[in-house]
Design a protein around this ligand. Structure first.
Ligand SMILES: *Cc1c(COP(=O)(O)O)cnc(C)c1O
Length: 404
């Protein structure tokens, strides 16, 4: 069997082949969707060995399932980790990881710009079990270092951030945090393993919302955590009992999605850069956030730690939500929805998408203006996406002229 784990094999090939052959059955060329809740054992003593984890095999699909395991293998190889464990959603993966790692009296250091749901874990749920959550200003390096040195059981980072695309230097903080005995977790949902490999940059654990780019078609939810065997085993054990397992159908859809991950990301980020440049040329746009722009404050760190700048960008328009309300419905090739990472281009104001869980004051503190619009660029032809935006802006301009 080919070794898809080898560094000599490139990411596009890995996306297709990693983990495939060992999970196939019946000579089929695709991984089977194993819907069985339970698994039969004729030999009682062997059954016991499997149940105790001393022999390979399956007992019950809340513990493990072959289709989900195939996905875990694939993503683990793409991230360059020893092991991985899947969950029903990205939030289940993130909360499962944090609840496994943290105990009352512990301290977790993170940043203010994490995904809205993650932010709620830090501000609402971890304090309930006596874990101190310290959320630093995302681009204040000194503050982050200072808080790590005060004591840090888990350093939790997310880069690029949602929706303002701030960039955090993973390697710099991972090295410092490790010295202080911390476990470093990175949410790699926006970058995907095609563009960024946090483990190579010094992180211990990588978390993903597989609902987004990994699945890529907005038709399956899932989450995954990659890392060293000992830590993944602990998180796996939490999941066995917590029960937030990935459905095998979703696991299959995500496996299928990953086969085109590299192709999708290449097309999507090429369009994202063109759209970012187009938006910069518009008078009605007052800020464009895309790490691929040389004017972006995180551009040089992004260039250092990423292979590409990704498919997510955001921009704010003069006239705020009112202008967004005129512009967005005019777009022909875009969903207005909360999702991201799909083959279809998706637009949404941050206040109704990534940060819908936050209060008005919390959003303002994060610098998320009401008119901030997030774009998840799809795989449509670049020129069509630009033309579409162009006709929508023409409409907005004429509406604003008429009302002046
Ligand atoms: C969507 C998202 C999550 C949560 O994932 P779900 O699958 O929706 O639970 C976590 N982090 C980031 C960066 C996300 O975009």
């Amino acid at each position: 069997m080919e070794n898809t784990n080898s560094d000599e094999i490139r990411m596009g090939t890995k996306s297709v082949w990693a983990g495939e052959r060992e999970f196939r059955a019946y000579g089929a060329t695709q991984i089977p969707v194993v819907v069985s809740v339970t698994y039969e054992h004729e030999d009682v003593s062997k059954w016991y060995e499997v149940a105790m984890g001393r022999q390979p095999g399956y007992i019950y699909s809340r513990n493990s399932n072959p289709t989900s395991e195939a996905l875990e293998k694939k993503v683990s190889i793409l991230e360059g980790s020893e092991s991985a464990v899947s969950f029903s959603t990205g939030m289940a993966a993130i909360s499962g990881t944090l609840y496994t790692l943290l105990r009352p009296g512990d301290r977790v250091v993170s940043v203010k710009d994490t995904y809205g749901g993650t932010n709620k874990i830090f501000t609402e749920f971890l304090p309930q079990i006596g874990v101190e959550s310290v959320l630093c200003n995302t681009t204040d390096d000194e503050e982050i270092i200072n808080e790590i040195t005060k004591g840090c059981n888990v350093l939790y980072l997310e880069t690029p951030t949602n929706p303002t695309c701030k960039i955090i230097d993973i390697n710099k903080f991972a090295l410092i945090a490790k010295k202080y005995g911390s476990i470093v977790v990175v949410d790699n949902t926006f970058a995907t393993p095609i563009n960024q490999n946090p483990i190579k940059l010094g992180a211990d654990l990588v978390v993903h919302s597989a609902t987004k780019f990994l699945g890529g078609h907005a038709d399956a939810m899932g989450g995954i955590v990659c890392g060293p065997k000992d830590l993944i085993q602990k998180i796996y054990h939490y999941r066995e009992i917590n029960g937030a397992v990935l459905d095998p159908w979703s696991a299959y859809l995500i496996i299928r999605g990953i086969k085109t991950l590299k192709l999708r990301i290449s097309q999507q980020q090429e369009s994202a850069l063109s759209i970012a440049k187009y938006l910069q040329s518009k008078k009605l746009v007052d800020a464009v956030n895309y790490p691929g722009l040389e004017t972006h404050p995180g551009h040089s760190i992004a260039t250092k730690q990423m292979h590409g700048f990704g498919a997510m960008l955001s921009f704010s328009i003069f006239g705020g939500l009112n202008s967004a309300g005129i512009l967005l419905p005019k777009l022909k090739y875009a969903n207005m929805a909360a999702n991201l990472g799909s083959v279809e281009t998706t637009y949404g104001p941050a206040r109704t998408t990534s940060h819908v869980e936050c209060t008005e004051e919390e959003r303002q503190a994060l610098g998320i203006a009401d008119g901030l619009i997030r774009i998840s660029v799809g795989i449509e032809d670049t020129a069509d996406l630009i033309d579409d935006l162009d006709q929508a802006f023409e409409h907005l301009e004429s509406c604003l002229d008429a009302s002046n």
